[in-house]
Design a protein around this ligand. Structure first.
Ligand code: FES
Ligand SMILES: [Fe+2]
Length: 341
């Protein structure tokens, strides 16, 4: 036996080649179900009063419709008559009207009139999603009734200036995979170069059955002092209330779920009106948005290509390990299945 082969044999004896894997977490749609969270569908500015907009959601199709009372409502998109996509229709008499035979649906998704005059069958109704409009975004909850609310910033909305953007490019993972970054303390330090002034916050994390939040103080990659409260709501909303170099800003990154294995990113930045004049606030919002985009741009190449499979974890992965358990226990359902596809 040559000495090189002997080295290899010894090395193989030292290292276990058995792949350690944690209990798997179901992918979105894997068992025909999806996690019960709030998902962003479109920007408020995309649906004016009297307009209807189509969107892909949970591997199916929905419409967002805004009637003259100004309230936006998310409904399943396929007309119960023959299945036309209501996004091709219009808003008429404060209802969504199907382009094909002019059946009309009210804000509750109930057919109130047919074009030809036949009485609307009682079964002619759409799925009505719990809908929220907040931070310049229209959201839908995957369920019959919401289990929690879309989070607010810690200051009243009228004291804030908010900037919201969405990105055309989809990221090729489920939203919850991206959410795993928040309890992934190792990546915050290694990838983003953020340093902590304290121990890892493992024991101080505030957990509920639909959220996790923790505080930390430290320095950003460029050395600026930061004080962040960060967390996840549901399986699709990153939340941050932060002080950067002494000034507060809020950041929420909701993740849409057009279809299994893909997510659409939104970014909301908020600053307090009272902290400076309008022009300086505008400049600060841009600064904060660029700061967060830089951080996200460090994550994207990894998330676009990852085969997310938690395996060997270490001490610094304590919060991540607990979050994986939170995901395994997260409620799943798909009550709109028969309507949206
Ligand atoms: S398909 Fe919609 S009214 Fe006939
Ligand atoms: Fe990250």
């Amino acid at each position: 036996m040559s000495s090189e082969t002997l080295d290899q044999v010894q090395s193989n004896m030292r290292v276990s080649r058995k792949r350690l894997l944690g209990r798997p977490i179901l992918a979105e749609g894997e068992d025909g179900l999806f996690t019960q969270s709030w998902f962003p569908l479109c920007l408020s500015s995309e649906v004016a009063t009297g307009k209807v907009l189509g969107a892909d959601f949970l591997g199916g199709r929905v419409v967002v419709f805004r009637a003259t009372n100004g309230v936006a409502q998310v409904l399943s998109a396929y007309c119960p008559h023959l299945g036309a996509d209501l996004a091709v229709g219009d808003v008429y008499e404060d209802t969504v009207r199907c382009a094909f035979h002019h059946w009309q649906y009210d804000q509750d998704g109930v057919c109130v009139k047919t074009g030809i005059g036949d009485p609307p069958p009682p079964s002619a109704c759409l799925f009505k999603f719990p809908t929220a409009e907040k931070h310049g975004i229209i959201w839908a909850f995957n369920g019959e009734a919401p289990h929690f609310e879309v989070p607010d910033f810690p200051y009243p909305a009228d004291e804030l200036v908010v900037k919201v953007e969405t990105f055309r490019q989809l990221v090729n993972v489920d939203p919850w995979v991206i959410c795993c970054n928040t309890p992934d303390i190792q990546h915050i330090k290694a990838l983003h170069g953020i340093t902590f002034d304290q121990q890892d916050p493992d024991e101080e994390i505030e957990w509920t059955d639909h959220s996790m939040l923790y505080d930390f103080k430290g320095r950003h990659a460029n050395g600026e002092p930061i004080e962040y409260r960060v967390g996840i709501f549901g399986t699709s909303i990153f939340y941050q209330s932060s002080t950067f170099n002494g000034r507060w800003f809020g950041f929420i990154a909701p993740l849409g779920l057009p279809r299994p294995g893909q997510c659409k990113t939104y970014m909301v930045i908020a600053a307090r009106k009272s902290d400076s004049d309008a022009a300086s606030t505008e400049a600060f919002l841009k600064f904060a948005m660029d700061l967060e985009k830089r951080v996200v741009s460090e994550d994207v190449p990894i998330l676009q290509t990852i085969h997310f499979k938690p395996g060997t974890l270490t001490k610094s992965d304590k919060a991540l390990g607990k979050f994986l358990q939170y995901l395994r226990n997260f409620p799943r359902a798909h009550p709109s299945a028969e309507f949206i596809s």
